[in-house]
Design a binder for this molecule. Structure first.
Ligand SMILES: *Cc1c(COP(=O)(O)O)cnc(C)c1O
Length: 423
C-alpha cells in the first residue's frame, strides 16, 4: 500500500517547500500521541510537532470529541453579520490569558493571514488618523509567512529571491544585543517619521534557524519604538502556547505589544486558525459612523466554529497541570542534554528557549537551508523512527508536550549517534 500511495501522490500532489524532482513523501495513515504511523505500520516520533503545530499529540480524543460535537451542532456560519458562541468564548478566554492591553480578536485561518491582518491594521490605523506613515520595521532573518505582505516583512533570501521586485520596502534591523542596541536605536530614530509598525518574532526566530535573543534586549527595543510612536506587532505564531516554557513569549517581556498574532499551536495543531489581537486604542481608530473607517479584511472561513472548538479544547488541555508539568519536564531534559552537547567537538552552538532546542553543526560552508547536511541527516533520523527536519546544518527539537521522557532520551541518543557518524 505504501508504494501505491507514493505513486498516486507523485502523480497529483505538489508539496510545500519541495523540489518535487528529488523529493520523497512518506504516506502517513494514522497518528496517536507523539507518534505518526506510515502505511507499512512503521512508527515515527514526531519531534517537530508536524511543523510546530501539534501541542498535545496526534488525534487527541478530547479535541476530536469537542470538534465532533461542534460538527454536529454548527459547522460554519458567515462571520459578517453573524456571530456564534464558540468564537465568543474563545475570544473571551484567550484575552484573559494575554497581556491586559489586548482587548479585541480578529479571526483568520492561518499564520500568514494573521500577519497580513496585523500589518493592515497598523497601516490603516495611521491612515484613519490622517497620518502618512507606512513603512514597516522588521528583523533580519525573521519569518512571518508566505503571502506577499508576510513575505515582504520576512528576511530576504533564497526563498524570496524570485519575488524580490514585488515585495514592499521594509527597514531591516539586527536582533538586539547589549552591544548593538545603541546602533539599532540610531537607525530607527533616523526613520521614525516613516515607520508605522515594528514586526518581530519574540525570543526565537524559528524558520530563520531557531535564532534566539534576550528578553531584556527585546523589551528595551520595544520600549524605544513605543516612545517613537511605532506600533508593535508581536508574532507569537510559533512561540505562543507554551513553547518558550511560559504560556506566551509575552510573559518573558517587560513591555507589551500593541498587536499580537497567533496560529500553529492555537488549535493544538488540529485545525487551521489564525488570530490577530489588538488594543482598545487601535480598535477605536476603526470605530466610527464613517463606513470607510472599517477594517477591510475577511476570509470565507473567518472564525470557523470547528477551528474555534478545537482551540477551546486545546486550551483546556494546555492549562491542565499535567501539561504544564510536562512542559517544565521537557525544558529540564533539554537543559541536561544541552550541557552534554556544549562539550561536543562537532557542535558549533547550542540554543534553548523552553521546549525549543537547537544545535548547530560545525561545517565549513556558511549555514544555509540548502546545506547538504540536511540531506544526510533527515533520512538518518527517519530510519531510526524520528521525524526531524534540520534547517541546513541546524537540528532542532520542537516536540509535542505529551512526548515521554524515554522518547525524548531516545531522540537525544539518535542525535549523538548522528554526531558520531556524520562528517
Ligand atoms: C509559521 C509561521 C508563520 C506563518 O504561518 P502559516 O500558518 O504557515 O502561514 C508566521 N510567523 C511565524 C513566526 C511562523 O513561525
Amino acid at each position: 500500500m505504501q508504494h501505491e500511495l507514493i505513486a498516486r501522490d507523485k502523480k497529483v500532489n505538489w508539496h510545500p517547500y519541495t523540489q518535487m524532482k528529488t523529493a520523497k513523501h512518506i504516506p502517513i495513515v494514522r497518528g496517536e500521541g507523539a507518534y505518526i504511523f506510515d502505511a507499512n505500520g512503521k512508527r515515527y516520533i514526531d519531534a517537530v510537532s508536524s511543523w510546530w503545530v501539534t501541542l498535545h499529540g496526534h488525534a487527541h480524543p478530547y479535541i476530536a470529541q469537542k470538534v465532533s460535537e461542534q460538527l454536529n451542532t454548527l459547522e460554519q456560519v458567515i462571520f459578517a453579520g453573524f456571530t456564534h458562541p464558540v468564537a465568543i468564548e474563545l475570544s473571551e478566554r484567550l484575552l484573559k490569558l494575554l497581556p491586559q492591553n489586548q482587548q479585541k480578536v480578529f479571526y483568520t485561518d492561518n499564520g500568514s493571514t494573521a500577519v497580513e491582518v496585523a500589518l493592515k491594521i497598523c497601516v490603516q490605523y495611521g491612515y484613519n488618523k490622517g497620518g502618512k506613515k507606512n513603512k514597516v520595521l522588521a528583523f533580519r532573518n525573521g519569518y512571518h509567512g508566505d503571502t506577499f505582505g508576510a513575505m515582504s516583512v520576512s528576511g530576504r533570501g533564497l526563498w524570496t529571491a524570485s519575488f524580490g521586485e514585488l515585495l514592499f520596502d521594509v527597514l531591516f534591523i539586527d536582533v538586539p544585543t547589549k552591544y548593538n542596541l545603541p546602533d539599532i536605536k540610531a537607525i530607527v530614530e533616523q526613520h521614525t517619521d516613516e515607520i508605522a509598525c515594528f514586526i518581530y518574532e519574540p525570543l526565537v526566530q524559528g524558520a530563520g534557524g531557531m535564532l534566539m535573543h534576550e528578553a531584556d534586549d527585546l523589551s528595551e527595543l520595544m520600549k524605544f519604538c513605543r516612545s517613537k510612536g511605532i506600533l508593535l506587532i508581536q508574532d507569537e505564531i510559533f512561540v505562543g502556547f507554551g513553547r518558550t516554557g511560559k504560556l506566551f513569549a509575552a510573559n518573558h517581556l517587560s513591555e507589551q505589544a500593541d498587536v499580537m498574532c497567533f496560529s500553529k499551536g492555537l488549535t493544538g495543531g488540529t485545525m487551521p486558525l489564525g488570530v490577530t489581537t489588538c488594543t482598545q486604542e487601535i480598535y477605536d481608530a476603526f470605530y466610527a459612523d464613517d463606513k470607510t473607517k472599517a477594517l477591510f479584511h475577511g476570509h470565507s472561513f473567518t472564525g470557523s466554529p470547528l477551528a474555534c472548538a478545537a482551540a477551546l479544547a486545546s486550551m483546556d488541555l494546555l492549562l491542565q497541570e499535567e501539561t504544564q508539568s510536562n512542559i517544565q519536564r521537557i525544558c529540564r531534559q533539554h537543559q541536561g542534554f544541552s550541557i552534554i552537547l556544549k562539550k561536543h567537538p562537532k557542535i558549533k552552538d547550542v540554543r534553548q528557549q523552553g521546549t525549543i532546542l537547537a544545535l548547530e553543526w560545525k561545517i565549513a560552508a556558511e549555514t544555509s537551508y540548502f546545506s547538504d547536511i540536511h540531506d544526510a541527516l533527515y533520512p538518518f533520523f527517519l530510519e531510526r523512527g524520528v521525524l526531524m527536519r534540520p534547517l541546513g546544518n541546524i537540528i532542532y527539537l520542537v516536540p509535542p508536550y505529551c512526548v515521554s521522557q524515554k522518547d525524548l532520551e531516545y531522540i537525544y541518543e539518535c542525535i549523538l549517534d548522528a554526531l558520531e557518524i556524520q562528517e
